[in-house]
Design a protein around this ligand. Structure first.
Ligand SMILES: O=P(O)(O)OC[C@H]1O[C@H](O)[C@H](O)[C@@H](O)[C@@H]1O
Length: 543
């Protein structure tokens, strides 16, 4: 189906002509009740979309588009375990990772929920052993540091969640993350660690990823070298999280220390699979369970709520509204929480690897723009850096503000000041400041145009009572389902990522040309050949 040829799409094009030119000031003046009405609740999250350039009619038309595109059917198909990842012919069941143990879901002959809870039980036992000091390293000392080695979805989720939930973590345990093949990452993460007290968790869905396997090999050498031990020490200092048992065994990690997940969990959707193992060690199994329950709350909401009240669906549709009808290229996520500093990076993979595509699930070129560029930083820091462009730049950037009622650390009035800034930013973006208002302050004429704030810049405000494992899980699931909604509208397979493959293959091909001590003949394009030659000169290798 060409979505742009549907009546629903055409109605939105028409509607955009009218609403697209209205200012948010007018929309609020003409309809002051919108502030209370254009809100929704999902779990503990209070979501306010009143500062969007929409009317009730816009939302009705967007929901009609979602109906036409089949969002509800796709959500249901995903929950049933149908192979909605069509190019890889796989089910997409991250929602099953959060289902309570009593639930029954059999997909492709596998008792999915039963298997999930079997692994969760093993993870719990492992995490408790490490946290209590019962788990001993090769020399008999307890583990004091856990290093997660993984990249992409095998890094960003647990790293983001650990940063977010540090306030809930065991402060006597150090948790570090190594992802990059840049050797500085490993060197910095381990420089002050004692091998006798260090445990590595090698996390990789495929267990073939160059960066992760290289870092894992370096970690093994670091460990054995530091302990002066042979391979027998590996079992007490390495665990693995993967779908690939054979490769884990081949690496030398005891399959007893392997925690499994399945091909129906996409890498960027894998935080709540065994990929969360290092996080569970840090925050403990009970807090981890709370995070899963938080996700499940939102999963149930997306599955059971009619589209017109379905919060993740509505937020996904608002993204479509700006991407396709206002030609917005980017989407800023601005958590007013230092603990959420890694959330934008996490969401970059979730959203951009899922929906950054120009071919539809049917193999045909897409009919619309797709994939918003997600970016962001915590507030208030961003205010003193890039908010200038948000307020006065020529690009329209829809913003998600995320804030909390209660602080994790209550110090004087700091949290109130933080939140005052968040509300002020949302208000300033929406209303702006007219030339008359600026001039009325006594601003000299020549400065008036510089101080005018156009306003009419849309934002969503998400408020949660506090940053807890549960509300973090709710935020994660909220965005997962935003991505799903948009992928259905754009007719994409949001669960594959073929676009990352070519660069990997080329890097493998190029590597020998960089490392070879002998002169080399490069069969590459002129620019690559020149870059490699320059690099080899810097490394003192002959051209
Ligand atoms: O978990 P792994 O198999 O090691 O994969 C790690 C990452 O690498 C790939 O390049 C994919 O683009 C990501 O989706 C994935 O999360």
């Amino acid at each position: 189906m060409d979505i742009t040829a549907t009546d629903e799409w055409r109605a939105l094009v028409e509607h955009h002509r009218v609403v697209g030119s209205a200012h948010l000031r007018e929309l609020f003046e003409g309809d002051p009740d919108r502030a209370g009405r254009m809100t929704g609740r999902v779990g503990d999250l209070h979501v306010d979309w009143s500062r969007h350039r929409v009317t009730d009619e816009t939302m009705r038309l967007l929901v009609a588009l979602a109906e036409r595109a089949g969002v509800a059917d796709r959500v249901a198909a995903m929950f049933r375990g149908e192979h909605v990842n069509t190019t890889e012919d796989r089910a997409v069941l991250h929602v099953a990772l959060r289902m309570p143990s009593g639930e029954e879901l059999v997909v492709d002959g596998q008792h999915v929920v039963r298997d999930v809870h079997e692994v969760l039980g093993r993870m719990r036992g492992f995490a408790e052993q490490v946290r209590s000091g019962e788990w001993r390293g090769h020399t008999g000392r307890p583990i004091r540091a856990v290093v997660n080695i993984g990249i992409g979805g095998s890094d960003l989720g647990p790293a983001m969640a650990y940063t977010a939930l540090r306030g809930h973590s065991d402060r006597d345990l150090t948790l570090r993350f190594v992802s990059n093949i840049d050797p500085t990452d490993f060197a910095e993460a381990t420089r002050d660690l004692d091998p006798a007290e260090t445990l590595f968790v090698v996390s990789s869905k495929t267990f073939t990823t160059l960066e992760t396997l290289t870092n894992a090999g370096v970690a093994r050498d670091w460990l054995l070298g530091g302990l002066g031990a042979d391979d027998s020490a590996v079992a007490k200092h390495f665990a693995a999280v993967s779908t690939n048992t054979d490769a884990v065994r081949e690496f030398g990690i005891d399959p007893q220390n392997m925690f499994e997940f399945w091909d129906w969990v996409g890498g960027r959707y894998s935080l709540t699979s065994a990929i969360g193992l290092s996080l569970m060690v840090a925050i403990g199994p009970d807090a981890y369970d709370e995070m899963l329950a938080g996700c499940h709350t939102v999963d149930e909401h997306v599955r059971d709520t009619p589209l017109e009240r379905n919060v993740p669906v509505l937020l996904g549709l608002l993204g479509v509204w700006y991407r396709n009808f206002f030609d917005a290229q980017t989407h800023a996520v601005l958590p007013y929480s230092q603990y959420l500093s890694r959330l934008p990076a996490y969401l970059q993979q979730l959203t951009m690897e899922s929906n950054g595509k120009s071919v539809g699930a049917d193999g045909q070129p897409v009919a619309t723009a797709t994939g918003e560029v997600y970016w962001g930083e915590p507030g208030t820091n961003g205010q003193h850096a890039f908010h200038q462009l948000l307020h006065q730049g020529t690009s329209l950037v829809p913003v998600d503000f995320i804030g909390f009622g209660e602080p994790t650390h209550d110090i004087g009035e700091m949290h109130d000041l933080l939140m005052a800034n968040m509300f002020a930013q949302a208000a300033a973006l929406a209303s702006g400041r007219t030339a008359e208002e600026v001039a009325a302050d006594g601003t000299p004429d020549h400065l008036v145009p510089h101080k005018v704030m156009p306003g009419n810049r849309p934002s969503t405000v998400v408020l949660a009572p506090r940053l807890s494992p549960s509300t973090l899980g709710q935020l994660v699931a909220l965005y997962e389902h935003v991505v799903l909604t948009q992928g259905v509208i754009w007719q994409l397979d949001s669960f594959d990522q073929w676009g990352v493959e070519l660069g990997k293959v080329m890097a493998r091909e190029l590597a020998p040309a960089l490392t070879s001590a002998e002169p080399i003949e490069l069969d590459q394009d002129a620019a690559t050949t020149a870059s490699v030659a320059e690099y080899r000169r810097m490394r003192g290798r002959s051209a």
